[in-house]
Ligand binder design. Structure first.
Ligand code: NAD
Length: 349
């Protein structure tokens, strides 16, 4: 079986996950790599057996390379828009990491380019592939908890907390990242709400910076932090479903805790990355008699991100895939959250 020939851009931490996922699928081969950091090019190029003339410091050369069938983009956020734009110009299918762009101003011209020349495109909203979330979506759609009235979503990590003394890395630099924990983890929560419940119609928000300055390892100076490290927002979704959201990277001991609780007329569901293979389901067994069940996720809800990418490259649009418009809309909502927080108003979307 011939494999999809992938060009991988950005060879840092998350690229390692993408390589692992591609290898597990067995139908992808990384034939070209790109990074601005020569050491990473050499290390990953050697690891994957990529020919030396296919190790590019300029990602445009990788995108234009006819030996590359599709691009996987895993760079910091300041390069997202330019890479997506180049892929659209070259007519090259791609999977791009979240958030879509840093700010909405970068996203708007991408939509024009996409409408001129649509190409198969996927956003790496990875939690669509957490089995418990996918099963919860099915239970909601099948009406198993009745009409959904409200939900809460949180996404907590702990690495940014004061006691960890994390220095001024790109994730705190507004020019590179756009927003802080909002774009980083909040983009996943926004996507999860859209995946499960439909569209955002109205929202209000509060962003906050817990740690006001961090040390720059290069200069040794303290740098003022201009992005959030706590974000909370609430939204009215399609059909009047009400949601509350919180995220921070300063919640000690959280690990990677992304979870959703869903409240319907006849039951409650709880799904979490801490327990990705089960859904907790509270339901009325008889009038006034509640049962709390831990239900194993069925096999058909174990879909992988790269199985969906393969299907996309083969010309089908799998159920539940995050496409170009999901990235674009996500960015629109991220920007509305920033605006709502700054103006202390409730915004209609
Ligand atoms: N989907 C998820 O669950 C998930 C998880 C973690 C990170 N991410 C996303 O993945 C992206 C990368 O995160 P990371 O943790 O791997 O960052 P990282 O800093 O570890 O790696 C980024 C790599 O990109 C390279 N790079 C920078 N500018 C470049 C350019 N112009 N051309 C080519 N390479 C360039 C850097 O040298 C570095 O090697 C971010 O957008 C992040 O939001 C997604």
């Amino acid at each position: 079986m011939s494999k999809f020939r992938i060009g991988l851009i950005g060879l840092g931490g998350m690229a390692g996950e993408h390589i692992r996922w591609m290898n597990a699928e067995g139908c992808f081969e990384v034939v070209a790599v790109s990074d601005v950091y020569e050491e990473a090019l050499l290390r990953v190029g050697e690891q994957l057996g990529v020919a030396p003339d296919k190790r590019y410091t300029d990602y445009n050369l990788l995108i234009e390379d006819p030996a590359v069938d599709a691009v996987v983009s895993v760079t910091p956020n300041n390069v997202h828009a330019a890479i997506i734009h180049s892929c659209l110009q070259a007519g090259k299918p791609f999977m791009a990491e979240k958030p879509f762009t840093r700010v909405f101003e970068e996203a708007a011209p991408l939509l024009e380019a996409y409408e001129r020349q649509p190409v198969p495109a996927m956003l790496a909203f990875t939690y669509r592939y957490t089995p418990a979330f996918r099963y919860a979506r099915e239970l909601v759609r099948d009406g198993k908890i009745g009409a959904v009235r409200s939900f809460s979503i949180q996404y907590l990590q702990g690495w940014g907390a004061a006691s960890n003394n994390v220095p001024y890395i790109w994730r705190f630099n507004k020019d590179v990242t756009g927003t802080g924990t909002l774009g980083d983890l909040g983009s996943h929560m926004i996507d999860m709400a859209r995946f499960l419940f439909g569209e955002f119609e109205e929202l209000s928000a509060q962003l906050h910076t817990i740690i006001p300055e961090r040390i720059d390892p290069a200069s040794g100076n303290m740098v003022k932090i201009e992005v959030d490290d706590f974000a909370s927002f609430q939204a009215r979704m399609t059909g009047g479903v009400m949601g509350v959201f919180q995220t921070t990277r300063n919640a000690i001991g959280s690990g990677n805790q992304h979870e959703v609780s869903i409240y319907g007329d006849s039951g409650t569901l709880h799904a979490s990355t801490l327990n990705p293979n089960e859904v907790s389901w509270i339901r009325e067994e008889a009038p006034g008699q509640l049962a709390k069940l831990s239900v194993d996720v069925p096999e058909h809800c174990r879909v992988t991100q790269y199985a969906n990418f393969k299907a996309l490259l083969e010309g089908t649009i799998p159920d539940g895939i995050a496409g170009f418009m999901d990235g674009y809309r996500n960015q629109e909502i991220l920007d509305a959250i920033v605006r709502a927080s700054e103006t202390k108003t409730t915004l209609r979307l």
